[in-house]
Ligand binder design. Structure first.
Ligand SMILES: [Zn+2]
Length: 432
C-alpha cells in the first residue's frame, strides 16, 4: 500500500483548492461578463405610435446565485425625441409586455399639468394646443435574469384638428306659435353664426357649451303651414335646415269695446304713433346674453279671457285682428310676477297699452305686459324670475282688469304655454 506523504497530500489539497477557485472564478467571470450592457432588455415606449427616447435607467443582474449583483448605469444620448400629436388623449404603450409603466408626468411652460399613474393618464386630456414635455417612468423584473428601471421622455407638440361647424335644429316639425332652436357647435373662433329664414328672426347668442351658439326662431300664429328653411352660416360652413310648419287651431272671438275707449286708444292716431315709436323699435333689439333659464312663471293666475292667436272681431268689424298674447283676467291690483330673468327695456305709461313693461330675456326673446295698474320696475332694471313687476289693471285699450301677456321674438308672437309648462323644445335644446 502506497503511503502518501503529508507534503504530497498538502500539494494535492492546495492544487484541488486552486482548481476549484479557478473554476469558480471562471463561472463568476463568465456570469459577470454575461451581465454586461448587452444583457439589458430593449424597452420601447410610444405615445400615439410615436417613439419616446430613453434618457435614464439602470439594470441589476444577480451573479453566483445572488451572492453578488452586477449593476449597470449606461449613459444615454442627450438627443431628445420630438413628437407631433393631433389627439388630446394620446395612447401610451410600452414593449415588451412585462415592461411596467409606473409614472407619467406632463408639463408645459407654466409647470406640471399631469403627474400620476398610467391608469389616471388614460383619462387625462391635454388642456389644448401647444408644446409639452412628456416623461414616463417604468420598471422591468426578469427574476434571476435581472431587474431594472427606465425613464423615457419627449417634447410633444399638440395641434388638435379644427372641427367643422355642426348645425342642428329642434324640432324640425313645429306648429304655429312654437319656438324652434337652431344650434351651431364648433363655431370658428372670432366668428358668430348668422341665419336667415322665411319664418323671421334668426339671431345667435353664445350657448353654455364653449364654441356653441343658439338662436330661437319663432313660428308665428299667422305663418302659412308648409315647408320652410333656415339658412345658417358659420365661418366658411353653411347649412340649410328644413322645417315643416303644421296648423294650430285658433279660436274666433267677438269683442265689444266702448266707442269712447276705442277712440282714445286703438282708433287714436296719437296713441298708435306713441306705441309705434316707443315699443315697436324694441322688437328688433336683442341682448347677446341669455338671461332666462328653465321654465317661465305664469305672471298672473286667472281666467284666460282671450287666448293666444285668437281671431278677434271687434265691434262687428269685417276683418279679424289677431291676438298675439294671452289675456289673463284677475282682480285689480293682483301682483304680476316676473316670468323669467331679464332686463327691463321699457317701463312706463302708453295711451294704447296703458302701463307697459317690455322685458328682454336674451337673444331677442321678450315678454310684453300691457294694461297694468301700477309698475314696480323701471327701464334698465335687471329683474329675476318671481320678482314683483307691478299690479293688474285696466289701463289703455282694455275693457276690464286683466294682464295682456305676450312673448315675442323679433316681430313674431309665440305661445307662452310651452314656456310655462316646460314643454317647449327650447329647454331640451338648452340642456335643461
Ligand atoms: Zn290682450
Amino acid at each position: 500500500m502506497n503511503r502518501i506523504s503529508p507534503r504530497r497530500a498538502l500539494t494535492i489539497g492546495l492544487t484541488a483548492l486552486l482548481l476549484a477557485a479557478l473554476a469558480a472564478g471562471l463561472v463568476l467571470w463568465r456570469q459577470w461578463a454575461a451581465a454586461g450592457e448587452g444583457s439589458i432588455p430593449a424597452v420601447s415606449v410610444t405615445l400615439d405610435g410615436g417613439e419616446l427616447l430613453q434618457h435614464g435607467g439602470s439594470w441589476e443582474t444577480p451573479v453566483l446565485g445572488g451572492l453578488l449583483t452586477r449593476r449597470l448605469d449606461p449613459a444615454y444620448p442627450a438627443l431628445g425625441a420630438i413628437l407631433t400629436l393631433d389627439s388630446d388623449q394620446p395612447a401610451l404603450a410600452a414593449a415588451p409586455a412585462d415592461a411596467a409603466l409606473t409614472r407619467v408626468r406632463v408639463s408645459d411652460g407654466g409647470g406640471t399639468v399631469f403627474d400620476g399613474a398610467p391608469d389616471a393618464f388614460a383619462a387625462f386630456r391635454f388642456p389644448g394646443d401647444g408644446d409639452y414635455f412628456f416623461e414616463v417612468w417604468g420598471s422591468l423584473d426578469r427574476g434571476s435574469a435581472g431587474r431594472g428601471d427606465f425613464y423615457f421622455d419627449a417634447s410633444v407638440h399638440l395641434e388638435l384638428p379644427v372641427p367643422e361647424p355642426e348645425f342642428s335644429l329642434s324640432p324640425s316639425v313645429a306648429r304655429q306659435g312654437d319656438l324652434l332652436t337652431v344650434t351651431v357647435r364648433h363655431v370658428p373662433d372670432g366668428t358668430v353664426p348668422s341665419g336667415q329664414s322665411g319664418l323671421g328672426y334668426v339671431r345667435f347668442v353664445p350657448a353654455a357649451e364653449a364654441g356653441a351658439y343658439t338662436a330661437l326662431v319663432p313660428v308665428g300664429y299667422a305663418r302659412e303651414p308648409g315647408g320652410y328653411t333656415i339658412e345658417v352660416t358659420a365661418g366658411q360652413a353653411s347649412a340649410s335646415l328644413p322645417v315643416t310648419v303644421a296648423e294650430s287651431d285658433f279660436e274666433v272671438q267677438q269683442m265689444t269695446i266702448s266707442e269712447e275707449i276705442a277712440d282714445e286708444t286703438v282708433n287714436s292716431q296719437a296713441a298708435n304713433w306713441e306705441f309705434h315709436i316707443t315699443v315697436v323699435p324694441l322688437y328688433d333689439t336683442a341682448s347677446d346674453e341669455q338671461y332666462w333659464s328653465g321654465a317661465f312663471l305664469q305672471p298672473v293666475e286667472g281666467r284666460i279671457s282671450t287666448p293666444y292667436g285668437v281671431k278677434r272681431y271687434v265691434n262687428g268689424s269685417a276683418t279679424p285682428e289677431r291676438h298675439g298674447g294671452v289675456d289673463i283676467a284677475a282682480a285689480l291690483g293682483t301682483p304680476v310676477q316676473c316670468p323669467g330673468d331679464g332686463v327691463v327695456e321699457y317701463a312706463g305709461f302708453l295711451q294704447l297699452s296703458g302701463n307697459t313693461i317690455v322685458l328682454e330675456h336674451g337673444g331677442g326673446l321678450k315678454s310684453y305686459f300691457y294694461h297694468m295698474d301700477s309698475l314696480n320696475v323701471a327701464t334698465g332694471d335687471r329683474v329675476e324670475k318671481g320678482q314683483l313687476l307691478g299690479a293688474v289693471g285696466t289701463t289703455g285699450y282694455s275693457t276690464g282688469p286683466h294682464l295682456h301677456y305676450e312673448v315675442k321674438i323679433g316681430r313674431e308672437s309665440v305661445s307662452p304655454w310651452p314656456l310655462f309648462d316646460g314643454s317647449s323644445p327650447i329647454f331640451a335644446a338648452a340642456g335643461e
